[in-house]
Design a protein around this ligand. Structure first.
Ligand code: ADP
Length: 485
């Protein structure tokens, strides 16, 4: 049996957000657990090829897709098939992974090309598709099932909001055999019947659907979080489950991380705290800031509406008002959001405690995780969230809104119902300014109570959010669905 991920991101090669970390971390763990696995990814021009060891290349000329190249490669021990196209539209030869006007066509093309490869694999096949850009492959698997081998499909929904709506005419140029009328019924958008909805297509065709945390798997069955597909998901609830993402514990390891100033030693806690202090001092000195004992808050995020930029801004103001530091490393998703934080920069230009770094910079993110005292994550919704898990690994206390995966991984240190060892952070519920302010107030109190604070930091350091357990849960599902195929 081969588990074949169809994905548009893989950490270290092409990363926009957490999806990339999931593909890398889950694959590494499944390989460690002796599974036979492959990731199929577009061969983007921007891919960091230095990290790859290349193998064989196969070519195929397809009636509608043109010349396709399937390049075998290894990222460390992860086997990949990178699809290179020679299409006149240069679908993968762009500057960024997403954000192009023809993203839909680019990824429909990718699925068609991936399926051409899948159908030649001489093995039982679990096709694991990630989000709307990979769902067409699940439908093709059922429309044109490979002969002589068993096949089944799993869909993981990393974010319900993005559904990939398009029209029939986007798909038609790539087809060389007609699709069934059932296909078009399954793809039909519930709100606008003239459109296809690719996420819905995947939900309809998958043998099992997962989301990236148990809480989110329940939330998406409600009107508030289901983005019009909630009723469909309720009807599929017997084959829908939530498996918490993990983080790669080798990559995110403060004991060996080459990107931080001072590596944490083995336990005990005092040594980790000393290393954190050193990381903070060195980061301050890198940024020409005076050494300070005031708390350092951070946010490392896409600045997308999901991440509640307006609440991040409230948090910044309140932290600065109380004499703390706030480092925001965020990539704005719109000019409006960029302006919000550029205006804050102007407002606080005399106040060096606010640092806004508008770039995606993985290495610098490591330094912030290691140096910060708190990571602020006020998301309006959060399918799983990785930043809180990374933060805990680096002894930075997460301040989170109680939603999705945040609610499954961060438990308030003042909640009497929570087991002591699980008290790893501070939660708030209402996405409102006053709730953010009182959250920050509580975190300042915690910071200035070192005994309590060090206990929470220690709990953070002891959490095991590695992939081990979650990968086992995926394995159980893969085996279940292939046994029914
Ligand atoms: P999402 O997938 O919604 O973006 P997650 O919390 O699941 O959010 O994952 C975010 C990942 O992307 C984490 O690894 C985080 O460190 C990284 N990240 C987000 N923004 C930046 C940035 N500006 N620079 C570096 N890394 C970032």
């Amino acid at each position: 049996m081969i588990i074949t991920h169809i994905a548009t991101e893989v950490a270290k090669l092409a990363k926009v957000g957490g999806l990339a970390d999931v593909l890398y971390g889950l694959s590494k763990e499944l390989i460690k657990q002796k599974e036979n696995l492959l990731i199929i990814l577009p061969f983007y021009d921007s891919l960091n090829s230095d990290l790859l060891i290349f193998g064989k290349k196969e070519t195929k000329t397809h009636e509608t897709l043109g010349l396709l190249e399937y390049q075998q490669a290894y990222l460390e021990d992860i086997p990949l098939i990178l699809i290179k196209e020679h299409h006149q539209k240069k679908f993968f030869r762009r500057e960024s992974v997403y954000g192009e006007l023809d993203d839909i066509q680019r990824f429909l093309f990718f699925n068609m090309a991936a399926f051409e490869y899948l159908k030649e694999l001489k093995s039982d096949l679990v096709v694991h598709a990630h989000d709307w850009p990979a769902t067409l492959s699940l439908a093709l698997l059922k429309e044109f099932p490979p002969q002589n081998f068993k096949s089944c499909g799993m869909l993981t929904i990393h974010n319900m909001k993005h559904q990939g709506r398009c029209s029939k005419k986007h798909l038609e140029p790539f087809l060389n055999s007609p699709l069934s009328s059932e296909f078009f019924e399954k793809a039909q958008d519930p709100n606008n019947p003239s459109l296809l909805n690719l996420l819905k297509l995947g939900i309809e065709y998958a043998d099992h659907i997962t989301t990236v945390s148990p809480t989110y798997s329940k939330e998406i069955q409600t009107e508030e979080f289901g983005y019009n597909l909630d009723k469909l998901l309720v009807s599929k609830k017997d084959k829908l489950s939530g498996i918490l993402n993990g983080i790669d514990f080798n990559y995110w390891d403060p004991k060996s991380d080459p990107h931080i100033f001072s590596n944490f030693k083995e336990n005990p806690i005092n040594q980790a705290l000393e290393a954190k202090k050193d990381n903070k001092e060195k980061l301050f000195s890198l940024l020409n800031l005076k050494k300070s004992d005031a708390p350092l808050y951070a946010c490392i995020t896409r600045l997308d509406p999901q991440k509640a930029p307006h609440l991040i801004a409230e948090g910044i103001k309140h932290v600065l008002g109380k004499g703390g530091y706030f480092f925001l490393q965020g990539t704005p998703s719109s000019l409006e959001v960029k302006k919000l934080f550029n205006d804050l920069q102007l407002e606080y230009k005399e106040n060096l405690n606010f640092y806004f770094y508008e770039h995606f910079d993985e290495k610098f993110a490591h330094k912030i995780y290691a140096a910060s005292d708190f990571i602020f994550i006020p998301s309006l919704f959060e399918p799983c969230g990785l930043t809180q898990m990374i933060a805990m690994r680096y002894g930075s206390i997460p301040l989170t809104r109680k939603t999705g995966g945040l609610a499954d991984t961060v438990f308030d240190f003042e909640d009497p119902k929570v087991e002591d060892i699980k008290k790893t952070g501070l939660n708030f519920i209402k996405p409102e300014k006053t709730a953010v302010q009182s959250l920050i107030d509580r975190s300042f109190d915690l910071y200035y109570n070192p005994i309590k604070k060090d206990t929470v930091v220690q709990n953070c350091l002891l959490q095991d959010n590695s992939w081990q357990e979650s990968a086992q849960k995926y394995k159980v599902l893969y085996k279940l669905i292939i046994s029914k195929a």
